[in-house]
Design a binder for this molecule. Structure first.
Ligand code: RP5
Length: 166
């Protein structure tokens, strides 16, 4: 199947709309780099067929990286990774109980052969930036922009260091 041109390159999915306040950090990072992405609620437990359809069709629709966030028994990233050849970045969403440790362990402890690149609890912004880096590996212009972003981070720390020393 030929991937459509100009469509979303990143699939940003989450188990519930209640995950959005955490997951919007990923959307913001992607938007900062001008990466076209799609957003949706796909639940491993409540909409299992939709999850499988999403994972199996993503590559053919032109998606190159999936970011999947979920909380509690957070099986969405791992199940999506089992049904797509695309890189999957998992975001552990912290819920009211257990401070997100349940989400983290549910996502990070994958069996050999089915990787999920797990970011920190609530680390959706880093998930977005990691997706940019994955895309930048085959896009020199995007890689330059990532280098510019890193230079700005460095300059920010130097400014703070200088301010502290005054
Ligand atoms: C998970 O259950 C979702 O990812 C969400 O973090 C959690 C709670 O979902 P809601 O009950 O708020 O819809 O599958």
């Amino acid at each position: 199947m030929t991937a459509p041109q100009g469509g979303p390159q990143v699939g940003l999915i989450m188990g519930s709309d209640s995950d959005w306040p955490t997951m919007e950090g990923a959307a913001e990072a992607l938007a900062e780099f001008g990466i076209p992405f799609e957003v949706g609620v796909v639940s491993a437990h409540r909409t299992p067929q939709k999850m499988l359809d999403y994972a199996r069709s993503a590559a053919g629709r032109g998606i190159r990286v999936v970011i999947a966030g979920a909380g509690g028994a957070a099986h969405l990233p791992g199940m999506v990774a089992s049904a797509t050849p695309l890189p999957v970045i998992g975001v552990p969403v912290p819920l009211k109980h257990l401070d997100g440790m349940d989400s983290l362990l549910s996502i990070v402890q994958m069996p050999a052969g089915v990787p999920v690149a797990t970011v920190s609890i609530g680390g959706a912004r880093n998930a977005g930036l990691l997706a940019v880096r994955i895309l930048a590996a085959s896009d020199p212009a995007l890689r330059s922009r990532m280098e510019g972003f890193q230079a700005k981070l460095e300059a920010m720390v130097e400014r703070k260091d200088a301010a502290l020393r005054q």
